[in-house]
Design a protein around this ligand. Sequence first.
Ligand SMILES: [Zn+2]
Length: 248
Amino acid sequence: MPLRRDEALVLARYPFRERDLVVVLLGRAAGQLRVVARRARSMRGSQATATEPLAHVRVSYFERAGSELATLDEAEVIRSAFDLASRPSAWAAGQVVAELALVYCQPGQRNEPAFRLVERCVACLLGGHEPAAVVGYAELWFLRLGGVFPELDRCGVCGAALPAGSRWFDRVEKRFVCAEHRPTGGASRISAAGVVWLQRASRLPLEQVGEAPPEDVAGWLAALREGFTEREVKSWRYLRLLLKEGGA
Ligand SMILES: [Zn+2]
């Protein structure tokens, strides 16, 4: 059983057997990874903190031949995300980001850009960043990293530069189009404010994108992701409720 070491983010955990936990990690080197933490359900102190959702940890684990589950050896906390628990929308936004990582990152496939994205999102949430901005940014960047984010500033048919202002998105071909190539049906309009948000979030670090995406863009990003991953992100519903209530 080879011992491996990695830096990782805790995406989820669930009870396993009588006293164990399965911890789902996003490793900087290993990608998505499931480890069994033995007797973790009665664990206290720093070892328990190291399996909390969104914690940034240093881990060592034993890989087992022929098994999807590795066995956790040691986990040391680099940064806990426990402070988010007192802020429901920030906590819920963190859950959405973790669920997006689960949907996009394949087990056993190195995906360091995704690791860095999730790490930045959690750091910004801990720093008091607007939760809806963080989630919108994560939606956009997971699409970009997945190679399925459409060219924003050129028509997908003729390549003409699209003028500033609102633009049309062909939902069937999944591309932005100029006025001439706008299909008669199946096109969505993205507002001018939405286009500016998408341009800014595509170009700038999350720290500089403090505002939530306009409603039309948030819905458009979610539809694009659902079309690509064919999965619903369940924690989104809870976050949407919290954001509507205005609870921060
Ligand atoms: Zn065109």
